[in-house]
Unconditional design. Structure first.
Length: 301
């Protein structure tokens, strides 16, 4: 009897342990859990590369603050994943770690109004979910990664008031979705590309950047198709003027020929009338002579 009870107890305990193991395994293997681990690792690396005298990122600690980054300060999550980091005006310096690229679902990144320096990590150009990137008012140096122009969802890119150098990547001019691009007050140089008319481009404060003299700074460049339209309009005007001039010339020629014909016809008519008058006079004279001769003959004995 005791043996049977012991066996049942052992079986129940084994079932409980097995159930706990299954739950733990499911939690560890779930995509959300794997994503959380990657995001926690990325955020910890980002914090380590920054200098934080105000300790605003002290909560970014997997050991102290727990393994869920969605509860960390200045981190916003959606469906269990980090989709926004807003570290604006936090007195941060140091560098931006390439670990930022591990936040593959990040949509909005704002680090403006700090003192962060160093280059912009190239890996940001492979963050396909990114819609808004604001690194303005920092001390970033180096060139603008050309890969930023390949981000298919990027709408707003603000890199103004830094120390960026080199040319403006041509890829930004053909970026599929960008509507606002602020590169003002840097050390950019070379020729800047012609941007699509829908892009609001700000480029002022770059003394080494070559801009067309006829184009004011901080305004989108005229769309090349507009220039073609202007030339087409001019060509049409020239053609219209030519057609009008030709029509006037033809009209004058026709009027001149018509006048000559009318004048010639009038002279011919006048001559014909004169001939008719002479013929009538001769006919009258002949008639008179004939009558006289007949009457004279009748009077004679």
């Amino acid at each position: 009897m005791a043996a049977g009870t012991t066996a049942r107890t052992s079986a129940a305990a084994a079932a409980v342990v097995m159930g706990l193991l299954v739950v733990a395994a499911a939690a560890l293997l779930s995509p959300a859990a794997v994503g959380d681990v990657e995001e926690v690792t990325a955020l910890v690396a980002i914090r380590a590369a920054l200098v934080d005298p105000s300790r605003v990122l002290s909560g970014w600690d997997a050991a102290a603050g727990g393994g869920d980054p969605c509860g960390w300060p200045m981190v916003t999550c959606y469906q269990g994943h980090v989709y926004e980091l807003s570290l604006t005006h936090q007195n941060l310096s140091g560098m931006l770690s390439p670990a930022i690229g591990r936040l593959t679902l990040l949509q909005n990144l704002s680090l403006c109004n700090n003192a962060i320096s160093g280059p912009i990590p190239d890996i940001i150009g492979r963050m396909e979910s990114l819609q808004s990137l604001d690194l303005s008012n920092n001390h970033f140096t180096g060139s603008i990664p050309s890969t930023l122009g390949g981000l298919s969802n990027l709408l707003f890119l603000k890199l103004n008031n830094n120390s960026l150098s080199g040319p403006v990547p041509h890829s930004l001019a053909t970026a599929p979705m960008i509507s606002t691009l602020d590169l003002s007050f840097n050390n950019l140089s070379g020729n800047w590309p012609i941007f699509h008319a829908r892009i609001n481009v700000l480029l002022g404060g770059n003394p080494f950047l070559n801009t067309p003299a006829e184009e004011p700074l901080d305004l989108p460049i005229q769309n090349p198709t507009d220039t073609k339209d202007d030339s087409n309009i001019k060509d049409k005007r020239v053609r219209i003027i030519s057609i009008v001039a030709l029509s006037l010339a033809i009209g004058c020629a026709v009027a001149f020929i018509t006048a000559i014909i009318v004048l010639h016809h009038r002279r011919w008519r006048e001559q014909a009338i004169a001939v008719n008058d002479i013929s009538s006079a001769i006919s009258v004279t002949d008639s008179g002579l004939s009558q006289y001769s007949i009457s004279t003959i009748l009077i004679l004995p």
